[in-house]
Every structure is written in structure tokens, then in C-alpha cells.
Design a protein around this ligand. Structure first.
Ligand code: CA
Length: 363
């Protein structure tokens, strides 16, 4: 092993002539040689896939305690036989050393983390997952001897094929769905199909929202990928869900959704959009949000009303309808599921006159 120039005092704990065949054993030997140096370092590498023949790129990162100086670094990739370490570039001017086995750093190691990339040529005939390892020797200024870590993950698997995980929220589907296998560098197209009265709200590719679309194509796939489609309900002009208007039979070929939501087909005084908000039936005159009675007994008032069962309700009161500075004030909030008939006792009243109203809404 040759170390980079300028650090001749560096001394690794590996006995001279020790031949590394098993990374776990090597780590054990070094750990015994440097038991209490207390360095906090982390090495990691990422790579996705390869074609055969072709090239695989591996991104590497080595980080250490921020108040330390990195004196030396040596990165030894492990890879399938016949795979060839080609070149490297990044922080510290990494180069492939003369034995084509190790990456040495010929420049100043002033970055923390040290970030670099190396490339490996893959000969013909390889398919499927292949392991890559990274054995990292280093010395910080706080250490009398060098030490080592294995790059995480150990091993890193790269693959000639990749998977695209395709999934959909409720109210639609994506085609194809589930796990789709794609060759390295290949393509795959996905179509989004919302249920009736729904639309594509968001498409997330690798968990990043890229907006709304009816299809999406991956090209030059070099890593595992994900795609997820989220559907949302279509809303008429005033916010009433189209599926609800259709389910209530309020639309036909001549009535569009925005007209349907303003109609009051059961003549109960509530247009369809208000019946949606209060969860009452827009085709049933008796199903409507309405105050049934207001009864005063001494200083108490009992208010009774009817409505739906799956909307929020609040009972509000006000002393004066003319005075614009007077505000409606909520005295009771009814959280769904509610009873279809509710009453509330307003107690210890001193005002000679009070008005009440009931409000309903969906969340
Ligand atoms: Ca009704």
C-alpha cells in the first residue's frame, strides 16, 4: 500500500504483509490496534445500476468531526472480479493508484465531508445484483495511528435491472401498478385513471410532487424509482362534490353540475349546495337544516333544531340584528356524527332579546 505524499508519518495498524481477504476481519484487527482514538467518522457510498458492458458510477462521502483535520484518506473499492476501477474525481483530487485497486487523494483534504465519485467499467456478461464494498482508511490529527471504517451500506448492491414502484391513492388507479422491472437505461410509461367525478390531483415521482398529468414516462432508468398518483374529487362551482350531486340524481344530460348545485328540487328553501354542506337530502322536503323551536323558561332558553348527521353544526346567538357592530357568537359546537335532532339549553340569560341561528358545514 502506498500512501499519498506528505504524510510519511502515518501508520496504519495493519501488520506488514497482512493480506486483506475479509473486510470484517480487517476491521477487527484495526479496532484492536487503535482501541481508544475516539474518532467520529462516517463513510457512505451510493450507486444504482450498471449495463453490461458499460459503466457504473459510485458517489462516495467521508465525514469526520468538524474540529479535526483529515491527514490521510485511502478508499479501496471492492467489486466483482473483472470489474475495473476506471477513474475518480471530486474533493482532494482522487486518483486511481498504480495497482488499480485503491483511490488515493493527491490534493489537500480540506473538505468535510470529502465528496467524490469513481467509475467502474463492467465487462460483458453480468446481470442481476452485484455487490460493491468500500474499505476506508483514514487518519485524523487527533490520532497516533490510522484507522478504518467500512462504507455504508456494506455491501452496496448495484443492479442491471431496476424496479419502479407504482401506486395510487383511492378513487382511481395507475397502469401498470405495483413493482415494474426495467432494464438499466430502459423506459417505462404509466397512465393515471381517475374514477368518475375524480381527477388526478398530484403525481409524485421519487416522492417529489410534479403536478397533475394523465401519464408519465420514465426514460434512461438508472436507479430504483417510485411513482404515486393522488386523486381528488371534482367540485362544482360552489364547491359541491360532483359525485354527490350525481349520487343524489341531480344531474342528467341537460343539467350541468354548477346548475345542479343551485337548484332546490325539493323546494325546502335549501339549494343543493347547502344540503351538501348540512348533510341533508336534496330530494326530500323534510330533510333540511331548520330550527324547530325556541322556548324560554325564566332565564333559560332551549333551542331545538334538525339537520343531517355528518356535518359540523354550531349554534350562534346575537342580541341585535340591526346593530352592525354586534357579532354572531357561537355558544355550542356539534361535532359529527350528530343526532338528526339536537337541542341546547342556553342558561342564565339577562338580555331581554336574543336571536339564534344554526350553521352547518363540512370539513
Ligand atoms: Ca331537503
Amino acid at each position: 500500500m502506498e500512501l499519498p505524499g506528505g504524510i510519511g508519518s502515518m501508520s496504519f495498524g495493519r501488520p506488514p504483509g497482512f493480506i486483506l481477504r475479509n473486510a470484517a476481519i480487517w476491521l477487527l484487527v484495526l479496532g484492536a490496534a487503535s482501541p481508544s482514538q475516539g474518532a467520529s467518522v462516517q463513510a457512505s457510498h451510493t450507486g444504482c445500476g450498471y449495463s453490461s458492458p458499460g459503466v457504473v458510477s459510485v458517489s462516495c462521502e467521508f465525514s469526520y468531526e468538524p474540529d479535526r483535520q483529515l491527514l490521510a484518506l485511502l478508499w479501496t473499492p471492492g467489486m466483482p472480479a473483472q470489474w475495473h476501477l476506471e477513474d475518480a474525481f471530486g474533493h482532494g483530487s482522487p486518483e486511481i493508484n498504480s495497482n488499480s485497486q485503491e483511490i488515493v487523494f493527491t490534493g489537500a483534504l480540506t473538505n468535510n465531508p470529502v465528496v467524490f465519485e469513481y467509475r467502474v467499467t463492467v465487462p460483458p456478461g453480468y446481470t442481476g445484483p452485484q455487490p460493491l464494498t468500500g474499505e476506508v482508511e483514514y487518519q485524523l490529527d487527533s490520532m497516533t495511528n490510522g484507522s478504518s471504517v467500512l462504507a455504508d451500506p456494506d455491501p452496496l448492491f448495484v443492479d442491471s435491472h431496476h424496479r419502479i414502484d407504482a401506486s395510487a391513492s383511492n378513487y382511481g388507479w395507475i397502469d401498470p401498478s405495483g413493482v415494474v422491472i426495467v432494464a438499466h437505461g430502459g423506459s417505462a410509461n404509466f397512465d393515471m385513471w381517475p374514477d368518475p367525478y375524480y381527477h388526478v390531483s398530484n403525481v409524485l415521482v421519487d416522492a417529489i410532487d410534479i403536478g397533475s398529468m394523465s401519464s408519465y414516462s420514465f426514460t434512461n432508468v438508472t436507479c430504483d424509482r417510485t411513482i404515486e398518483v393522488v386523486f381528488a374529487e371534482n367540485l362544482a362551482c360552489m364547491g359541491t362534490p360532483e359525485w354527490w350531486l350525481a349520487a343524489q340524481g341531480l344531474t342528467n344530460e341537460t343539467v350541468d353540475f354548477c346548475a345542479a348545485e343551485t337548484n332546490d328540487v325539493d323546494s325546502d328553501g335549501m339549494p343543493a349546495w347547502a344540503e351538501w354542506e348540512s348533510d341533508t337530502i336534496p330530494t326530500n322536503f323534510g330533510s333540511v337544516l331548520r330550527v324547530l323551536s325556541v322556548q324560554r323558561t325564566g332565564a333559560d332558553v332551549r333551542v331545538e333544531w334538525k339537520g343531517g348527521t355528518n356535518a359540523w353544526q354550531s349554534l350562534e346567538t346575537r342580541q341585535d340584528l340591526v346593530d352592525t357592530t354586534a357579532q354572531w357568537r357561537a355558544i355550542f359546537t356539534n361535532e359529527p356524527p350528530t343526532d338528526s335532532v339536537t337541542d341546547f339549553l342556553h342558561t342564565n340569560l339577562t338580555s331581554p332579546r336574543l336571536f339564534y341561528r344554526v350553521k352547518a358545514w363540512r370539513q
